[in-house]
Design a protein around this ligand. Sequence first.
Ligand code: MRU
Length: 333
Amino acid sequence: MSDFFSLKFEYDYFVYINQTKLPLEEVYIKTDEYERIAVAIERLEVRGAPAIGITAAYGITVAMKNISDDYETQFYKAYERLKRTRPTAVNLFWALDVMKKVFESVDNYDGIYEKLKTSAIEIHNEDIKSCEAMGVNGVELFAKDSVILTHCNTGQLATGGSGTAFSVIKKGFETGKVKFVYSDETRPLLQGSRLTAFELSKSNIPFEMLPDSAAAFLMKQRKIDAVITGADRIAKNGDTANKIGTYNLAILCNFYKIPFYIAAPISTIDFSINSGEEIDIEMRGSEEMSYIRGVQVTKEEYSAYTPAFDVTPNELISAIITDKQVHKPPYNF
Ligand code: MRU
């Protein structure tokens, strides 16, 4: 059992750990304001595709707390605000649409807050189950004593439960299939060296951090049995958007003949798009390169190219692990 939690809904407040402070400080924030929740998503205080979806569901719930008239104006205002927070992780739109269907299905708005709360909790509970299922399904792909490389953060912090790729790694460790993990640093916001390292350490899984730029040399020098990452959006043909740098790893795996796996819940599959070409890739500000935790490291006037995600083409993905099953190519969701 971990001694921290990523997010929860307690006594009608949304409570979450501020991920921008980790691992040096464990600071929790409690709010019942949807605007504060929207800002938390934008600032990556809460991040990771499934966690963003769950957070948005709780966000729209608190927007309807203590409302006694003009329900529709308030609901759609919060819905549109939360929808604008981040463009790539489809779980955000999926969760908001589940909540919209609940809102639009009622004949009158008596008790609407309680109904929305129940649905948000259901989304959260479903994610906990999906995480467990991904762990069980994915671990079958690993041989005994595997050495795994992962990118970004896909654990408890990024989901409502035990994680996506992280859940597979954890299950692997518990069953003797994973003996060591390399955690990519994940520039520029360091989700790997700050958050995955924190979670690996809390789970007592042996690991080392890896500068992103060292992956090719590592693969050449030492045996890496598999690379596994999460996803922010998967197209019907299996093309997968995930944290910038994932595509580099998939190309390296192809070169070195190392299996490259994706783990994601069904809610990360966007059944409305045929290929990765249609995925909206979020661009972040150049200050994320010029400052690290508020410390300036280069000149502000230098501009930067800063996509938050890239798209790995399906032909580079050895398997996609969902909560339902392990999918092998060719993908046809
Ligand atoms: O920008 P972030 O930190 O929200 O990006 C997160 C990722 O890219 C994760 O790998 C992805 O959401 C899968 S996680 C469960």
